[in-house]
Design a protein around this ligand. Structure first.
Ligand code: SAM
Ligand code: SF4
Length: 354
């Protein structure tokens, strides 16, 4: 297998790979690169999905504005702080605050205060990643100054025609791309990613997604298979949805991204686990090094369904922790408890810019 430089056709070949023996070789090479570039530790980001209220209407997402088939919720500040406290007690090192997109001043103030208080109650121990969509430069700056240091905003697909087909007209690819650059300028460690196996998406598109990540020089990748939600417009197009294919593409993408980008953080996302109970472990074996255990209060989990078959809806954070540590140590990986686990890529780039 070619190692450097990775060309588009190499990526296409890796992503399209179906043969079990060839896939094993692909995952093994990606795993070796992970060990050499980011080490053997798996880092946890306890994810708090604190509100399903969203002003946007993405065609694929179960919590889009126009879906009225479920209850909307917003956790209180105290509830969010309780979850963060638990992450601290569990020595998770970092948390992710994720929600539907809102841009109103009350929401911006709410998040600013929550970030600030999480830093206080954890004595600055907890690293904070935000995943709250497109915001103004001023908002991103306020949240950064309050203590968030990473931001995840998926581009969803780097193919602009496909992007248009996934979103209503008022959702703008260039605006989303601009957000990534603004975040970088402010000083965040920036993550992006795509949905994998979208209707109409080709393996060439996916190869281009990886080249897009490389050109943007991002620090973290959070990508996962697209999974149907039947109360969304896109469900009509996803008639040949094939979970085994989605899983295979998801794992191939992790491996190809590790081989191409080398020292970034790559998450084994929950969508992999929705397709296979061992999905996240398989992701780690294919080159991922980050896991995001759900620490949202159990009572809210069933109302945050971006897609169907979301796992662990009836588990509490303690059960998730026990199950995960068992699964991860069971495949011979080690957990980096109590560490932020920043992307080595971010620190190397910053050093070389000094
Ligand atoms: N609202 C913010 C945003 O869109 O950036 C953050 C939360 S949003 C729910 C997080 C991610 O969920 C999106 O970037 C999208 O890639 C993913 N997502 C939404 N619907 C999905 C689906 N049906 N299958 C897989 N991933 C999905
Ligand atoms: Fe809202 Fe994010 Fe879902 Fe789009 S993907 S509808 S912005 S929560």
């Amino acid at each position: 297998m070619t190692t450097t430089p990775i060309e588009r056709q190499d990526l296409v070949r890796m992503i399209a790979c179906e043969d079990p023996d060839e896939r094993k070789k692909l995952y093994d090479s990606a795993y070796d690169i992970k060990l050499n570039q980011v080490g053997k530790l798996v880092y946890f980001r306890g994810i708090i999905e604190f509100s399903n209220i969203c002003t946007k209407n993405c065609y694929y997402c179960g919590i889009r504005r126009e879906n009225t088939a479920f209850n909307r919720f917003s956790m209180t500040k105290d509830e969010i702080l309780e979850c963060a406290q638990l992450a601290h007690e569990y020595h998770y090192g970092s948390i992710v605050l994720q929600a539907g997109e809102r841009n109103d001043p009350d929401f911006v103030d709410f998040v600013t205060d929550v970030v600030h208080r999480i830093k206080l109650i954890s004595n600055n121990d907890l690293g904070i990643t935000l995943s709250l969509g497109e915001q103004t430069q001023e908002t991103y700056r306020r949240w950064f100054e309050a203590g968030a240091h990473r931001y995840l905003i998926r581009i969803e697909t780097s193919n602009q025609n496909l992007y248009r087909s996934l979103h209503p007209e008022d959702h703008d690819f260039d605006r989303r791309l601009a957000c990534i650059n603004i975040l970088r300028g402010i000083g965040y460690q920036v993550g992006t990613g795509v949905m994998i196996g979208l209707p109409g998406q080709t393996v060439e598109d996916l190869a281009d997604d990886i080249l897009f990540f490389r050109n943007l020089d991002v620090d973290m990748i959070g990508m996962g298979p697209y999974i149907v939600h039947h109360d969304t417009p896109m469900a009509v197009e996803a008639t040949d949805f094939n979970p085994a294919r989605q899983l295979r593409l998801g794992l191939n993408m992790i491996a190809a991204t590790r081989i191409a980008l080398k020292d970034v953080n790559i998450a084994a996302t929950t969508a992999l686990q929705a397709l296979d109970p061992r999905g996240r472990e398989l992701g780690l074996k294919a080159g991922a090094n980050i896991i995001m255990p759900n620490i949202t209060h159990t009572r809210y989990r069933s109302s945050y369904q971006l897609y169907e078959n979301k796992p662990c809806l009836d588990e509490n954070a303690g059960l998730c922790r026990a199950c995960l540590s068992h699964r991860i140590t069971g495949i011979g990986e080690e957990i980096g408890y109590g560490k932020w686990g920043d992307s080595p890529h971010f620190h190397k780039r910053n050093q070389s810019n000094k």
